[in-house]
Design a protein around this ligand. Structure first.
Ligand SMILES: C[S@@+](CC[C@H](N)C(=O)[O-])C[C@H]1O[C@@H](n2cnc3c(N)ncnc32)[C@H](O)[C@@H]1O
Length: 475
């Protein structure tokens, strides 16, 4: 009944107030700058002035970008000055040639209440600079000499800046593809550089030291490797994760699936509220960060699986939920109330464990199924949304009663929510005309595709909320 009323008012569920970002300016802990030529043909580090599709490749400096941190702006400017005298060319998107492609600044905060006033932003303790380059066709000796000069330039400029700029790692990412989006496993290597805060420039950072920075969420320490995803607005993310936990209705009898878990942030911040967390993530570096993060925070009830959610979700649900039934036991979860979906808008099985551990975690699956009275999934997919196979697995497994969907893309959220919540197979009967699908919105397509969903109880949308994780940005 309520559902009908909500439909008539145009909303599928209650829409709660938008949560503001604690920081509105300079909140980004990660900025990816494009490297290219300005409209005057000058090597520039900044943002493209339009889309490549529209034929625009000119890059402008990050002026009047209130979301970008002042540390990132300073480093972009240091790098731009270096590039203007570099003997290696900047990347040309028309010809797909050049050397310097992209520049990423990642910042990590100090623990709460620990600041160092000598630094430009006392709360920022670590900075990693990542240089995406394409070395194809360039002389190795020239490259080595440029890297050496560049490391020296960054180190001296960081030390000379007043107050000083933190500098923790310089990382080179080799990428030869056409777009600047490099695969997760694109080769990385650290550059030696003299540490700016060690006085005279003599002490290089060790080449064997793994490049990673650290940040804090709810007083947990997170170790982040160069390509791992970490929410760019740390303070807003902290609020988001707490809310996700509240909405998920967790307790010690809950088994929590953290789908698309990145470095384990959501599962680890909620681990003390649940019996066990199972995180799933495709980026192997992020999964090893998640293991490390569990360890450094002394959290023992988490398992992280490296794989595409579409490849592993179904088998993990079976592993944890089906075993007792096969053995004649009954799942309390199946006797629970209607399935629920709560939406927050923000914007083969490979286990990274030894064989023995894998066996023991399989056994744990058996043991835990009997203990867990509820099974909840928090999904936080990339902009493309959840793969249809994941939706099918979530929807068709009757043991999973509650879902919290965190999305950074309203279009794919809508399409996924339709598939998760719709009773469409009957409604769509008789509509055989598939012409014009190219012009359909993702929501219309989702309506059509629900037809292919095996018969299953749909989720029920309960409430939604907007989170301002990206102030100053319009979609
Ligand atoms: C929006 S991020 C969320 C990460 C994490 N929940 C957080 O808040 O830090 C999406 C994550 O999904 C991962 N991912 C992308 N495609 C995936 C897939 N097919 N299966 C599993 N993880 C995937 C990405 O590597 C990224 O870490």
């Amino acid at each position: 009944m309520d559902h009908e009323i909500q439909r008539k008012s145009g909303l599928a569920c209650k829409l709660e107030e938008i949560v503001a970002s604690p920081l509105v300016n300079g909140y980004r802990n990660k900025c990816e700058f494009t490297i290219g030529l300005s409209t005057e043909g000058k090597p520039t580090v900044g943002f493209t002035l339009g889309t490549f599709k529209a034929g625009v490749t000119a890059v402008a400096e990050p002026v009047d970008c209130p979301n970008v941190s002042s540390i990132a702006i300073k480093y972009a400017s240091i790098f731009q000055e270096f590039l203007q005298n570099s003997s290696l060319p900047v990347w040309c998107r028309h010809k797909n040639t050049g050397f310097w492609r992209q520049f990423t600044v990642r910042e990590g905060r100090r623990p709460r209440n620990v600041t160092n006033v000598e630094y430009v932003h006392p709360e920022i303790g670590e900075v990693m600079l990542i240089f995406q380059v394409c070395s194809l066709g360039h002389d190795n000796d020239v490259i080595s000499s440029e890297f050496e000069k560049m490391a020296y330039a960054f180190s001296t400029e960081a030390a000379a800046s007043s107050p000083m700029l933190p500098l923790t790692h310089l990382v080179i990412q080799e990428h030869q593809g056409i777009s600047n989006v490099a695969p997760y496993d694109a080769p990385l290597r650290s550059l030696l550089f003299p540490k700016p805060d060690c006085g005279p420039v003599t002490e290089p950072v060790s080449e064997t030291e793994e490049p990673r920075i650290h940040d804090y969420i709810n007083d947990l320490k997170f170790s982040i490797s160069p390509t791992a995803f970490f929410q760019v607005n740390t303070l807003a993310a902290e609020k988001l994760y707490s809310l996700a936990g509240d909405w998920a209705g967790l307790d010690g009898d809950t088994l929590l699936f953290d789908v698309c878990c990145g470095t384990g942030t959501i599962g680890l911040t909620l681990a003390h509220h649940v019996g066990m967390v199972v995180g799933i993530e495709v980026n192997a570096s992020a999964v090893s960060d998640a293991h490390r993060n569990a360890e450094i925070n002394g959290i023992k009830n988490c398992r992280f699986v490296c794989g595409k959610a579409e490849d592993v979700m179904g088998s993990l649900l079976k592993e944890y939920l089906d075993v007792p039934q096969k053995q004649g036991g009954s799942s309390n979860a199946a006797e629970r109330s209607d399935k629920e979906i709560a939406c927050s808008e923000n914007n083969g099985l490979e286990e990274q464990e030894s064989g023995n551990q894998e066996n023991s975690s399989l056994n744990m699956g058996v043991a835990f199924c009997r203990l867990f009275k509820s099974v909840v999934a928090v999904v936080d997919p990339p902009r493309s949304g959840l793969h249809p196979t994941v939706i099918k697995a979530l929807r068709t497994h009757s043991g999973l009663r509650k879902l919290v969907y965190i999305s950074c893309n309203p279009d794919t959220l809508t399409a996924n929510a339709i598939k998760l919540c719709s009773n469409c197979p009957e409604e769509d009967k008789g509509k055989k005309d598939n012409r014009g699908w190219r012009n359909m919105s993702s929501a219309c397509l989702a309506h059509r595709r629900v037809k292919s969903m095996p018969k299953s109880e749909p989720f029920w949308p309960v409430k939604a909320m907007g989170f301002d994780l990206f102030p100053h940005i319009t979609l």
